[in-house]
Design a protein around this ligand. Sequence first.
Ligand SMILES: [Zn+2]
Ligand SMILES: [Zn+2]
Length: 252
Amino acid sequence: MLARQRPRLLEDYSENGPSLLDERILTFVFKSANWNPFLICQCACVCKRLSELAKRLLWKEFCLSRAPKMMNDLLSGEINGIINGGWNALGKLMCFCAGCHTTRNFQCYPINGHFVRKTRFSCTSGRSFLVPQCRKDTLYVTDPCEHLDNDEDEDEDVGLFRGIIKSFATSRTRRMLLEKGARLEQNEVCPFCRAEVWSLTQAQMIPPSAQRRLACYEDSLEYFICRNGHLHGMCSLLPISDSEGLSEDEGC
Ligand SMILES: [Zn+2]
Ligand SMILES: [Zn+2]
């Protein structure tokens, strides 16, 4: 009878050639898959070493491949190419609508997060979300992802949006939050990096231009910003006929 052979481990291959865990090989594999985010997630679940590689390299390449101009701009404001909150959090922000739930300043039915195949981030739109004193900050923000209201008694749809402020640690927005003595929220965390968040609604730092840009009802707008500068927010959208002509391009 033949003896059962021991299954060959990945490490065995390193004696006769490059290991399958060689970073260069993995980089080629993921590049050929166009930095597929589902593949990166699966890879990161395999072991600690691959999880670290995904955080340090794979998510970075994913972000650079999807929005090179935006990423280079974000990087230009950081020291040593280190992105606040990490590349994995930024990768998630790029391709994941975070869903929402009722907060201190916004009532809604629960909406689950979901993958978004393509998203446009705009710093022109971003200016509308900042109070005039903070408009020199650069905020990249998405258009609202529209979710139909499941409640038959309500006729408002919910718009969810997300974004990031460049160099948040030295931004006017952060300085203003601290000067105002704004408190971090007790029951909310950033859906992208799990850091604590401030409510800009609570800090009264939401300008009327944000409501116009989103075409949403007055007093139905809430957004949060985390310690790493990630933004996520929600609003009740006006019916299309009421919102026509309210959105205007203000230029970057
Ligand atoms: Zn969505
Ligand atoms: Zn965050």
